[in-house]
Structures are given as C-alpha cells and as structure tokens.
Design a protein around this ligand. Structure first.
Ligand SMILES: [Fe+2]
Length: 301
C-alpha cells in the first residue's frame, strides 16, 4: 500500500475513533444521573438474572418464563385481558394487529386509573435488575401494549414490523414480550437475528436510525447473504413465555399464517433517548412501596 493511502487510512481511523469517543461521552452526559444511580446501587444479580443477562449480552435476546418472576401473573394478565375486551380496536398503522392496549406511540398518551398486572410485571425488581444491568443505567418504562394478530395469507406482502427491522434509538432499547397463548410455527412468533444488537457480530449490518418512530429495514437479499440462517431465531413458546430483547437488533413479528398470537409488550428506553414515556398513573403510586429504581422506571418523565 502506498504511503499516501496509509496516511489517509490512518487519519480516517482517527476521525472514526474520535467520533465514537465523542458519541460515548455525549451518551454518558445525556444519561449522567441514571448511570450514577445505577452504579451507586451496586446491585448483585442472582443466578437467574445473571443467566438472562448473559444471553442478552451474547445474542441480544433471552427467553424465560413468567413464573420466574411471579407464579400467578399469567392468570392475572389473561383475566385482565378479558376484562378489557371493550378496548379491542384495529390499528390503522399495523392493520395485521388488534390492540387492547397501545398501538399508537406517536399520538397516544397512556393514562392508567388503577394498577394493572402489566404495570406490576413491567416494574418487577428482578426484571429491572436485568434491563438496567444490560443498559448500564436506570431505564424508563415508556409504553405498554397488548395485542392480537390477525391471520394473514402467506402470499400477502409483509408490512411494517412484520418485516425484519431495527427499532430506532440513540443507543439501545429493550422490549419485553409475554406470550398470552401458545405460539408455534405459523402462529406469529417474535423472530430475532442473534448477534444483531450493539457489539454483536451483525451490528454493522443495516444501521439503526437514531430518531423517529420508524425503524430501519435491511434489504432481504443482503440479509440472507450476510446472516447465517442458524442465527435467525423464530421464538416458539407456551403461554407465559417471556422474551427480553434489545430491539435495536434486527427482529420481526406478527406473521400469523395459521393461528393468532396474543402478546404484551413493555418498552424501555434510556432516559437520554428522545423517545419519552407516554405513561401516566392516576393512582396512588406511593402505596405500592416501590424502591427508587422502580419509581424511576415508572414515573420519570
Ligand atoms: Fe420493532
């Protein structure tokens, strides 16, 4: 390689390192307090939490069961779903889904008049320990969803989140899903490309968008060329399966060809991200006796 090219490459490398360094500094400043809070509490994860964190760090996704958080919670969630049947509405944005809760992050404010099982689960201490440890800071719970897929014909073109994509975010974000019914092949499984999260082997493929509600969508031919098919994980599971995923990694979901899927979503972002909480609780939060980290997740705006 000639000297001119070597010098150019070196300066390009230095500029890139400078950019990455300034990004790291910018991100730390934007999240100074949540990072400090997380470090100050110096939590010790138990064996279960550690195994989930390990999978998240390695693959960007982890699967467990709701019973590991709270044994009665699945029944509570299903009962609550039946109680809020009157909320059922089709989505204009994603016409392959019927929503019980959520469905329009951009325009919706979520007001809850009483505590419900999805909020209880979403601020579970153990769950927050895992998410906060993954992101290295206290996070905000920003949005909740409960939806049901519609059965579509396999020949129909895939739309929106049915296609592989990355969710937007300055850095990473976490979505936690609970299957409310058994999900098998053709039943709308959440699908994740293992290693497509930040620092994973596919991170550089199809960069995520920093801002906006829409994500970035990889070219499918390139995806099948660059990604080992063994790393594409269609996640099947019984009712009560819990999926914790960094959805700035490549994923898709909602493709029900045989059977519907009912699922909840809890969405968490670092407080420094432009995507903010849409959740307001119009009930006595103080009576819940939350610890500081739980309170921060639910109430910080
Ligand atoms: Fe997504």
């Amino acid at each position: 390689m000639n000297e001119f090219l070597t010098t150019k490459l070196k300066s390009l490398n230095m500029a890139l390192s400078g950019f990455l360094l300034s990004f790291e500094i910018f991100w730390k400043i934007k999240n100074l307090k949540p990072i400090k809070n997380f470090r100050k509490t110096n939590i010790r994860l138990d064996a279960f939490e550690n195994s989930i964190l390990e999978s998240l760090n390695k693959d960007g996704v982890a699967v467990t069961n709701i019973e590991n958080f709270s044994p009665a919670l699945l029944d509570d969630l299903v009962r609550w779903k039946n109680e809020i049947q009157h909320n059922r509405r089709s989505s204009l944005i994603k016409d392959f889904l019927i929503y019980f809760i959520g469905g329009s992050y951009k325009s919706e404010k979520q007001q809850f008049e009483e505590l419900n099982p999805l909020i209880s689960f979403s601020i579970d201490k153990s769950l927050l320990n895992i998410i906060n440890s993954y992101l290295g800071m206290w996070v905000n719970l920003i949005y909740l969803e409960m939806n049901e897929t519609k059965i579509i014909d396999k020949s129909e073109p895939l739309k929106k989140s049915q296609k592989f994509h990355r969710d937007p975010g300055i850095n990473s974000c976490i979505k936690v899903f609970i299957y409310l019914n058994d999900v098998e092949e053709g039943g709308g499984p959440f699908t994740y490309v293992k290693g497509s999260h930040r620092y994973g082997k596919y991170w550089k493929f199809c960069k995520q968008r920093f801002f906006g509600a829409g994500g970035s969508y990889p070219d499918l031919d390139q995806l099948s060329e660059k990604v080992n098919k063994n790393d594409i994980w269609e996640i099947y599971g019984s009712a009560g399966s819990v999926i914790i995923a960094d959805t700035t990694g490549i994923h898709s979901g909602g493709n029900s060809f045989k059977k519907i899927r009912q699922m909840t979503t809890s969405l968490y972002y670092p407080p420094g991200d432009p995507l903010k909480s849409k959740i307001t609780c119009n009930f006595d939060i103080e009576s819940l006796e939350l610890n500081e980290c739980q309170h921060f997740a639910l109430c910080r705006k």
